[in-house]
Design a protein around this ligand. Structure first.
Ligand code: HEC
Length: 340
């Protein structure tokens, strides 16, 4: 398909090639959207964004959209040059080289943005306790200006408070399951129903940590052997969802993160990412949930049944499935939760 030219270039090879190209374009768009909050290969859309941003006086937005269009055109010209050169030289795979270059560039874009207990500790030190640290070095003054002054400096062992704090949390264990209840027929049936009706799409049963040696937090933390490739059962995806329980309060980004927020916005988060968080809550991990007397982030649900039927928004369809279950089946899910 990559080498067909002249009479060999038939409708079949065209449609296979079109399928691959559509996949690559779709992947580039999806990855671009996740990373930058924009459809990277949507030329007309980005041209419209340039004019809309100029009209709003958002020069940075206009620049970003303009760069996307320019990069797209540059990519198209480079690919055509590669293809034409290969056709001229009668290289066996005229299109393969262009696709390989594109694939290489795309894989360079597949970056992971990992949150960790250390970044959580850094954030909590600043935003809950007002202590600046190396991950959040900006002190926000009363006038909302920022001055750089990390309060949390390393001790003689080279570790600062946030490192000790993160180590302490890493060393704490989730309570073990109630093995007797977990092996009862009712809880096992509840487990199957929990997966079947879709609770497990957010309350993911099993996760595995990245391999030892992986660098996260912008390269500031290397996963040690003890934490690498560990399989655990949190019953959570640790992601943010709008399940209708949010308070609608948007984090005041500049006051919260200081000037660094603009770096974050231009590097890997779009303004919409911050704004879309206003009603989102992190999926509560359900390990040890049987020991919690109050449920949901506001503690307003006192029974498992109440907590489940409060799930709306992104979980509305799953809640409907739960409500449609026979009382016995609902009870099975609750028994399963009691075994966690
Ligand atoms: C779209 C994602 C999603 C789905 C689907 C979902 N949940 Fe949740 N669940 C959440 C989020 C987010 C929270 C935290 C909400 C809050 O704190 O306000 C939560 C909280 C809970 C809690 C409270 C835990 C605690 O410690 O407070 C329970 C119990 C629970 N879910 C059970 C279920 C069950 C059972 C189902 C299936 C019927 C389900 N969830 C489906 C996202 C989801």
């Amino acid at each position: 398909m990559f080498s067909h030219e002249g009479p060999a270039r038939n409708a079949r090879s065209n449609s296979v090639l079109a399928g691959y190209l559509a996949f690559v374009a779709g992947f580039a768009n999806a990855a671009g959207f996740v990373l930058f909050g924009a459809f990277t290969s949507h030329v007309t859309g980005n041209v419209a964004r340039v004019s809309a941003s100029v009209a709003r006086g958002d020069i940075k937005g206009a620049e970003q959209a303009g760069v996307l269009v320019a990069v797209f055109l540059l990519g198209a010209v480079t690919a055509s040059l590669l293809v034409e050169t290969n056709l001229f030289r009668r290289t066996s795979s005229a299109y393969g080289a262009a696709l390989l270059v594109q694939g290489g560039l795309l894989s360079a874009f597949v970056v992971t943005d990992a949150a960790s207990l250390l970044s959580f500790a850094g954030d909590a030190y600043l935003n809950e306790m007002g202590i600046t640290n190396r991950l959040q070095p900006d002190e926000v003054t009363k006038l909302c200006n920022t001055v750089s002054e990390p309060n949390d400096t390393p001790g003689a062992d080279g570790l600062s408070d946030i490192d000790h704090f993160a180590r302490f949390i890493r060393a704490t264990k989730a309570p073990a399951r109630d093995s007797q209840l977990a092996s009862s027929a009712l809880a096992m049936k509840g487990n199957a129903l929990f997966v079947k009706i879709g609770c497990a799409t957010c309350h993911v049963e099993t996760l595995t940590t990245a391999p030892a040696g992986t660098k996260i937090d912008g390269g500031t933390f290397t996963i040690p052997a003890a934490l690498g490739s560990v399989t655990f059962h949190p019953y959570a995806d640790f992601l943010m969802h709008d399940v209708g329980t949010g308070d609608g309060i948007l984090q005041a980004t500049r006051e919260h993160y200081g000037k660094k927020v603009f770096q974050m916005m231009s590097a890997y988060l779009a303004k919409q990412d911050f704004e879309s968080s206003r009603n989102k809550i992190r999926t509560a991990p359900l390990w040890g949930v049987r020991l919690r007397p109050r449920l949901m982030h506001d503690g307003a649900s006192l029974t498992f049944h109440d907590a489940i039927v409060r799930h709306a928004g992104e979980a509305a369809h799953v809640t409907q499935q739960f409500e449609k279950l026979k009382p016995d089946d609902q009870e099975a899910i609750i028994q399963f939760l009691k075994s966690l």
